[in-house]
Ligand binder design. Structure first.
Ligand code: UDX
Length: 443
């Protein structure tokens, strides 16, 4: 099939590349000339494992193209995906200006039946608005379908190619046929394509992300309570996760969820509830808890150094909001670094992928280490913010030589408590006993 993808951000680029991989002819359109030039020169603006191989293969085979010209990009397309940003406005609602502008631009230039697909996460009712904006100037028949994307950063290609399910919101039989044809190669293992109306599809995406954010937040609160009652949240996780009604995934306690989706979508759903005069109490709590969870280690760090971080150097391992990405949007590491700097500490950070992005924001307020070990050199303590695999099994002998004190604050429960006890580290983690802490410091 011939497809167009408008917007070459995260979702757009993965969507375009993966649909090219399943044999479609894809043109990606973006207004950003520099980005399109880079893409045409084989430079991928994001880090996403596995994407580069697919990208280069499909560009070489002529199935994947990039342009800034909307008219050229949509020529002959049976399906046009809208994968445009929906940044939160000041009141938390998703801002639709980019999507609606493209919808208005599309109307007069469509010249055959086409399915326009909302791929971005958009508030309930957006498909109708997009439809109205196109219809204002359209001379041909078209359908607008809501097809939310559930891919996770870091495993986006795999999630896209083998989705647990595909949700399609449309009441048009013609559009259903087109979408079924397009997704058939991705659901061959039997996972469902679930059809519903547009509003329900839009709501499904928010419900999924808000539910997962709630699941994580619930575990974070259980962890906070575990610390007080002397229980171990890892055991609780295993104990409840094996109940198939609960499920094993997304039960890892830590310093809160971040990224481009959960915070934005939870906020947007809360705003939708407010718009419809519904008091969504759970969501409000989720937002509050996650906000405080992000910097929950800071008071312990300050306390450990007798209330004074001046002159202390803190090594930070991990800056990205999660492993396998360079994305630092809403990353807890940033809030923690800011709090450490405000408290007078010096920060030396290391992340395998996200350092350039942090440098663009924090500049030389912190030091950037070339390796994970270099970050530890002469540091008074190590703080772990992202659970990159390389942090899991470090050479502790080497660490002992570099760190000034054997002190670790672990925001992602990367190590076992017993292991740290034996190694003689003062070790604070989330929802588990703090070990080798001096009596005065044990609260
Ligand atoms: C998420 C959804 O999973 C995806 O379906 C949607 O399309 C976009 O938003 P993503 O933001 O890429 O994907 O990250 P995800 O892997 O879901 O993690 C989100 C956040 O939750 C991260 O900050 C992660 O560290 C945190 N998390 C995740 C936990 O704190 N504990 C967990 O058990 C799982």
């Amino acid at each position: 099939m011939k497809l167009a993808v408008v917007g070459t951000g995260y979702v757009g680029l993965v969507t375009g590349t993966c649909f090219a991989e399943t044999g479609n002819q894809v043109t990606c359109v973006d207004i950003d000339e520099r980005k399109v030039e880079k893409l045409n020169n084989g430079i991928i603006p994001i880090y996403e494992p596995g994407l580069d191989v697919l990208f280069h293969r499909n560009v070489e085979e002529g199935r994947l193209k990039f342009t800034t010209d909307l008219v050229e990009g949509i020529k002959g397309a049976e399906v046009i995906f809208l994968a445009l940003p929906t940044p939160p406005g000041e009141d938390g609602s998703a801002d639709l200006k980019y999507i609606l502008k493209v919808a208005s631009d599309l109307g007069p230039i469509l010249n055959q039946y086409v399915v326009v697909v909302d791929k971005s996460t958009v508030p309930v009712g957006t498909a109708e608005k997009v439809h109205a904006h196109i219809a204002d100037n359209a001379k041909v028949e078209f359908d607008v379908v809501s097809n939310p994307e559930f891919l996770r950063e870091g495993v986006a290609v795999e999630d896209f190619m083998k989705p647990d399910r595909v949700v399609i919101g449309t009441r048009s039989e013609r559009a259903k046929g087109v979408m079924n044809r397009l997704y058939a190669p991705l659901v061959r293992q039997g996972n469902p394509v679930i059809f519903m109306d547009e509003r329900s599809a839009e709501m499904t995406k928010y419900a999924a992300n808000a539910f997962l954010a709630t699941k994580i937040t619930f575990m974070n609160e259980i962890a906070n309570l575990c610390e007080r009652v002397g229980a171990n949240v890892d055991d609780i996780r295993r104990g409840i996760g094996t109940d198939s009604r609960i499920g094993k995934r997304f039960l890892f306690a830590g310093i809160g969820y971040g990224g481009s989706c959960f915070p934005k979508d939870v906020q947007a759903l809360a705003k939708t509830a407010q718009d419809y005069q519904y008091d969504f109490k759970v969501l409000k709590s989720v937002m509050q808890v996650n906000y405080s969870q992000k910097t929950k280690l800071i008071p312990q760090i300050v306390e450990h150094f007798d209330g004074n971080l001046r002159g202390k150097t803190i090594a930070v391992w991990g800056l990205a909001f999660k492993p396998y990405t360079d994305d630092i949007r809403e990353a807890p590491a940033l809030d923690n670094i800011k709090a450490l700097l405000e408290a007078g500490a010096k920060v030396t950070a290391y992340d395998p992928e996200a350092m350039e992005n942090v440098r663009n924001i924090l500049g030389n307020q912190i030091t950037y280490a070339h390796t994970s070990y270099a970050a530890l050199d002469d540091a008074d303590a190590l703080v772990i913010m992202t659970e990159w695999p390389l942090f899991r099994t470090p050479d502790f002998d080497k660490m002992n030589l570099l760190l000034k004190n054997k002190v670790i604050f672990d925001g992602r429960n990367v190590y076992e408590v017993d292991q740290m006890r034996e190694l003689g580290y003062t070790y604070y983690s989330i929802g588990r006993e703090a070990v080798n802490v001096s009596v005065e410091q044990k609260v």
